[in-house]
Design a protein around this ligand. Structure first.
Ligand code: F6R
Length: 600
């Protein structure tokens, strides 16, 4: 969701900004722009649509070694050339890009901009105009920037350019992510490390309510009182090749294929020197000793949390509630006496989840973040972190992060179970290894998945996914995958629930994907399949080896039933992929969506 890149140095800023923005494309956006500065002034190029379209309007003859760039995911004002960033102040002196939402932009307009005609519908333009107002009252740019930041309510990552001082980029952050990267004779800023890798892998994180003065030789971080802050730098453990598609046509396909590798990596990362599963520090005891666990997450991560609940309750015998973050934040349930909060988030930046984390920390409760991104906001602000070790996930549709979350939750539950005197009646390390092999076999059967996609999803407008128990949770994920990338309306349902109303939607040919991997509910789910078939549905049963029945469309390799979600989701991801592909959809960048949802 929205991305910022800024560069100040000696090389061609245009190309660095455009390449950086391309690395941020995965976050989701609907317009983009850059501003570059040279002795003639500041040149702004922006366009609705993709970076490729922006490239076409950028004047190749404009030479510059400093600039700021932006991908916009519309919140205030439709996606358009006018609303695209950068925005400029009335005189044209100040140019600014912004991620986030300025909640008090209407009040700011009333208070400071009565005499200014705004050109766009954005909250962002208000910020750059207010800065100019402060300068017109006699403040220098840095002080005007600071005074403006003190007025802002909401979330922001901002980069500002002053036409009268082209040697400096002013940046600031509150709630929205922003990093500053260091180089020889240049410095950069970006929403995430991937956008900087082309020039540097050394970066520092900015904290909320900090501003930074960036020149090619220096980076000065200050708090909003003007005090200078020191900050250690990190080396990003990302390889530029981790974020390339290689020979794959889409990141989603690459990331789906990477799942067996990720399983093996997780087994390795969470094993001690004796080959025993372990989690760092006092995390397992925090789980084992909690009187109730609250898993808080959104979307796919929420779906992984549902599977994790089952593991923690079944194995560690600790009660678990799973909550959608955006609801929890405004409608907090009665909490137990000794709760532990688990935040599940691939990106570690999701604003809805972070809002809950801030609330529960204020209440004095302990929080664990399970994330793919070390140093992300949710990781920094929680008491504990467990990493997913899935490698960068670029496609908007989450695949390997989902299975990684389930595997890490399984490991956490098993270690907590042991602390609680409960022992698993199977060897989790061995069974996760079997899952990795099964995943490998599944990703090799793409032709079959493609055929299922052709048979079921070429013309349909809607679809149902049904399952019971763990299968139901996977159905929620399978239906989300299908709808978000193929735009087919799809619902995941508990097998027994359909007949309480929604079965009215089943008509001749309606696709119903049913999962049958759990022996104790196998007969019941098959009964549910018969109910929909009797009403004309076109069934596609995916069963686990050993539970298969005549007519099942696909049989999954044998894995431990508790870990079946790790296997059964793979065909659903691939079916969604091929359905989207054959319907001509932009698989990696589905419409209206963002990878990292940094606004509430
Ligand atoms: C769907 C998807 C989203 C995310 C959700 C939470 O494929 O990726 O539903 O799962 O936006 O994001 P994270 O996990 O980064 O908090």
């Amino acid at each position: 969701m929205c991305g910022i890149v800024g560069y100040i140095g000696q090389n061609d800023a245009k190309e660095i900004l455009l390449k950086g923005l391309e690395k941020l494309e995965y976050r989701g956006y609907d317009s983009a722009g850059i501003a570059v500065a040279n002795e003639e002034g500041v040149h702004v190029f922006k366009e609705k649509g993709r970076i490729a379209e922006l490239r076409e309007v950028v004047d190749a003859n404009v030479a510059s070694s400093a600039g700021i760039g932006h991908t916009r995911w519309a919140t205030h004002g439709v996606p358009s050339h006018l609303n695209a960033h950068p925005h400029q102040s009335a005189s044209g002196r100040f140019t600014l890009v912004h991620n986030g939402v300025i909640e008090n932009y209407v009040q700011l307009t009333r208070e400071y901009l009565q005499d200014v005609t705004l050109k766009s519908d954005t909250d962002t333009e208000v910020v750059v105009q207010v800065i100019e107002q402060f300068v017109s009252r006699g403040l220098d740019t840095e002080e005007a920037f600071r005074q403006t930041l003190l007025q802002l309510k909401g979330s922001y990552a901002i980069a500002l350019f002053d036409n009268e001082n082209k040697e400096t980029i002013y940046v600031a952050k509150n709630k929205s992510p922003l990093l500053v990267g260091f180089g020889e004779d240049f410095n950069v800023v970006a929403s995430d490390a991937m956008a900087m890798l082309q020039v540097t892998n050394e970066y520092a994180e900015l904290m909320d309510k900090e501003m930074v003065i960036v020149t090619k030789d220096e980076v000065i971080i200050k708090n909003l009182d003007g005090d200078i802050m020191t900050r250690p730098s990190y080396i990003a453990e990302l390889d530029a090749s981790d974020i390339e598609k290689g020979t794959y046509p889409h990141y989603m396909l690459k990331e789906t294929d990477e799942q067996p590798l990720v399983m093996r990596k997780i087994i390795q990362e969470y094993q001690d020197e004796n080959g025993k599963l372990s989690v760092a520090g006092d995390i397992a005891s925090a789980v084992a000793e909690a009187d109730r666990i609250y898993i808080v997450a959104c979307g796919t991560s929420y779906h992984a949390g549902l599977v994790g609940k089952q593991y923690i309750e079944d194995w560690a015998k600790v009660p678990v509630e799973v909550h959608v973050a955006s609801e929890f934040s405004y409608n907090m349930p009665l909490l137990s006496k000794k709760p532990l909060f688990i935040f599940l988030s691939q990106s570690g930046e999701t604003a809805d989840s972070r809002a809950v984390l801030v609330q529960v920390k204020e209440l004095g409760h302990k929080a664990l973040t399970i994330t793919n991104v070390p140093g992300s906001t949710l990781s920094r602000e929680a008491d504990f972190t467990l990493l997913l070790h899935a490698g960068p996930e670029i496609a908007v549709a989450s695949t390997k992060a989902y299975t990684a979350q389930i595997a890490v939750l399984a490991i956490l539950a098993s270690v907590a179970a042991e602390l609680n005197g409960q022992s698993l009646d199977f060897d989790l390390v061995k069974e996760l290894g079997i899952v990795a092999n099964a995943m490998e076999a599944l990703v090799d059967q793409k032709d079959e998945m493609e055929q299922i996609a052709r048979d079921f999803f070429t013309v349909t407008r809607n679809a149902f996914f049904i399952g019971r128990g763990l299968d139901y949770y996977v159905c929620l994920e399978g239906s989300l995958k299908l709808k978000e990338i193929s735009y087919i309306q799809a619902e995941g349902f508990a097998g027994g629930e359909l007949k309480h109303g929604t079965i009215a939607l089943i008509e001749e040919g309606t696709p119903v994907i049913a999962l049958a991997t759990q022996e104790h509910v196998n007969l019941s789910i098959r009964g549910n399949v018969k109910e929909v078939v009797a009403r004309g549905a076109n069934p596609c049963v995916i069963s686990l080896k050993g539970l298969e029945d005549e007519g099942d469309r696909f049989v999954l390799p044998a894995v431990h039933p508790a870990l079946a979600p790790l296997a059964s989701v793979v065909p659903l991801q691939l079916i969604a992929y091929y359905a989207a592909l054959h319907r001509g959809c932009d698989v990696d960048k589905p419409r209206n969506l963002a990878k990292s949802v940094t606004v509430e």
